[in-house]
Design a protein around this ligand. Structure first.
Ligand code: DON
Length: 598
């Protein structure tokens, strides 16, 4: 063989190899990525809505298809959830919303309160606080009985448990300042679902059946929700709720906080001994606030400030865990989970001690969120042994609760919204407003009824969260947005789950950002939770018994519990389009893209 031929042949060979590598590399990476994951997100060429109920997600997707932005779609979905998911979607509750929109602020000239917006990347971020407030006649000891005991019934199932609703004000304020379409347009799907009705789903029928003992205690709730045999497929119409929604669509905030709805609510309170009066309703204001911001492994993370205790606690946990080699230690390995649990316990201790409504209490937020403090906390974590809760804080009893709902939206321009809303328990107080068609929250139980005594979520809180007139109870709701290192929008998430909300959001973020799971796998992966008291790790089914034994060998108590959270999440794709993942833990959840392509 001539040398010339060998040279040519070698060159061709190398050229071929190089070409093959270049051509194959991305394909192989995609294939690997695809085949390494057991769950897959929904894809859309346009925007995406992920919520806990399919018809509500469709309502949001319809608004995106009509040219609405992420805020329009989120507001439409939230109003629709008040119709199709009455256990958590609501008019009579409250919540938080964090948004990011590209471009300059659209709020100017819309009669909006001055918003402490945050410029981030090529857009702006703002948070909306529509947490309920304590009535003006509320007082610190209102749930403490003559013997010094907390009256749980009064704190959770009476008219005293009801705080002034914030959802209508919060959704309307978000829409007015940051939406694009008219109020009538974004509320139309909810009005249609309430007035024309929808076929009762198996999930809602089961949920109503389960809640029957509670709903039966209130004559109005019985009439509204226990009509007939609750057969899946039966047409479920809610004409009174439709009328209330129409009134809100026509009049805005005064449609709810003044006039016949307000009159009906106050009459109920006067007749049956509750505290809310016209002055409480008329004086209620949702607030535009600056989101909390931190960097985690080069990603900006935006989340809800107090009165959410969720944001501060999430950012503390992220900062403590940031330098740890969690990916190397492995997803859901005992070594990783141990570190996470120890970080959770330290952060929950601070949550329960320090946090409350910023309009009423001073909080050392700067210190709690500083790198130096995170380092101090990290130094307290021993890799070989669990630190018992008694060493960190005084003991308290515990129990658990189950409802709230989270929705996430991405729009085709990259706008993102994370919105969590709640009545507190499933169906709230169980009490409905006569003639108005909606349930009232029992959010007063999120206050500290008595320092040192646990609330429904086992949270033993301090005086920072004591009841005071007009004050907002501390919450765990943690709507959160994440950005790519170059500042472009990436991910919106959040969850229900009471005190477990914060650790659920933490795990979605760690699964996605550290362990490389795709969005759907990050959401579906088995979860754990620890909150200092009770001194135990709750784990979902799916964590290996071998891992549990390794945790026990580090002195952890591990308890397999019901599923935790429902983190309906979305992502904005850098090449355009979006992804969505509905949490498989709740039947009926759905991620629906703007275009009918998936
Ligand atoms: O604001 C809070 O922290 C509670 N009221 C949330 C309640 C909840 O998430 C119940 N869960 N599934």
């Amino acid at each position: 063989m001539s040398t010339a031929f060998i040279n040519w042949s070698n060159r061709l060979h190398w050229l071929w190899l190089t070409l093959a590598t270049v051509l194959a590399a991305p394909v192989q990476a995609d294939v690997l990525q695809e085949s390494s994951q057991r769950f897959h997100p929904q894809w859309s060429a346009g925007g995406m809505v992920a919520s806990q109920e399919r018809l509500a997600s469709l309502a949001g997707a319809e608004i995106l298809a009509s040219g609405g932005n992420a805020v329009d779609a989120a507001v439409a979905t939230a109003f629709a959830l008040a119709v199709t998911l009455p256990q958590a979607g609501n008019l009579g509750g409250g919540g938080f919303l964090v948004l990011w929109l590209p471009g300059p602020s659209p709020a100017a000239g819309r009669g909006c309160p001055t918003a402490p917006e945050l410029r981030l990347g090529r857009g702006l971020a703002v948070a909306v606080n529509f947490r309920e407030t304590a009535p003006l006649a509320a007082s610190a000891g209102m749930f403490v009985g003559p013997e010094g005991e907390v009256d749980r019934q009064r704190a959770t199932r009476s008219l005293f448990s009801v705080a002034v609703p914030g959802s209508p004000a919060g959704l309307l304020l978000s829409h007015r300042c940051y939406g694009r379409l008219s109020r009538a347009t974004v509320m139309a799907p909810a009005i249609r679902l309430a007035s024309s009705g929808f076929p009762l789903g198996k999930e809602l029928a089961d949920s109503l059946r389960q809640a029957t003992p509670l709903l039966q205690t209130d004559p109005t709730s019985s009439q509204l929700f226990l009509k007939g045999p609750l057969r899946p497929g039966q047409l479920w119409r809610q004409p009174l709720l439709a009328a209330s929604l129409r009134r809100i669509a026509d009049q805005g905030e005064p449609g709810f906080y003044e006039g016949p709805i307000a009159d009906a609510l106050v009459t109920l309170m006067r007749k049956r001994g509750g505290l809310i009066r016209h002055a409480d309703l008329k004086g209620y204001r949702a607030q535009l606030v600056r989101p909390l911001q931190a960097r985690f492994r080069n990603h900006a993370v935006l989340t809800m400030p107090p009165p959410s205790g969720g944001g501060v606690t999430l950012l503390q946990m992220l900062q403590v865990l940031e330098p740890m080699a969690l990916a190397e230690l492995g997803l859901n390995s005992a070594a990783t989970l141990h570190r996470m649990v120890e970080a959770m316990n330290l952060a929950y201790r601070d949550r329960n001690h320090w946090l409350g409504d910023p309009d009423h209490v001073a909080m050392p937020l700067e210190r709690l969120l500083s790198a130096a403090y995170a380092e101090q906390l990290r130094a307290q974590i021993r890799s070989e042994r669990h630190r018992p809760a008694v060493e960190l804080a005084a003991e308290g009893p515990s129990s658990a609760g189950t409802n709230t709902t989270h929705l996430s939206v991405a729009d085709p321009q990259g706008g993102m919204v994370a919105l969590t809303t709640t009545l507190n328990f499933a169906y709230g107080s169980g009490i409905s407003v006569p003639g108005a068609g909606f349930l009232l929250n029992n959010e007063m139980d999120d206050f500290t009824a008595k320092p040192g005594v646990a609330n429904a979520y086992g949270l033993v809180q301090g005086s920072a969260n004591a009841i005071a007139p007009g004050k907002r109870p501390l919450s765990s709701m943690t709507p959160t947005l994440v950005f790519r290192p170059d500042g472009r929008p990436w991910l919106a998430t959040g969850s229900p789950g009471g005190s477990r909300i914060i650790t659920t959001v933490l795990q979605v973020l760690l699964n996605r950002l550290v362990h490389g799971l795709n969005l759907a796998a990050a959401v579906a992966s088995p979860r754990i939770h620890s909150q200092l008291w009770p001194d135990q790790i709750s784990v979902e089914q799916g964590l290996s018994p071998d891992t549990v034994r390794l945790l026990e060998a580090k002195d952890h108590r591990v308890v397999v519990t019901a599923t935790m959270g429902s983190a309906n999440s979305v992502e904005v794709l850098p090449e355009g389009g979006s992804l969505g993942a509905a949490d498989p833990r709740r039947r009926g959840a759905a991620a629906i893209g703007e275009l009918p392509l998936n």
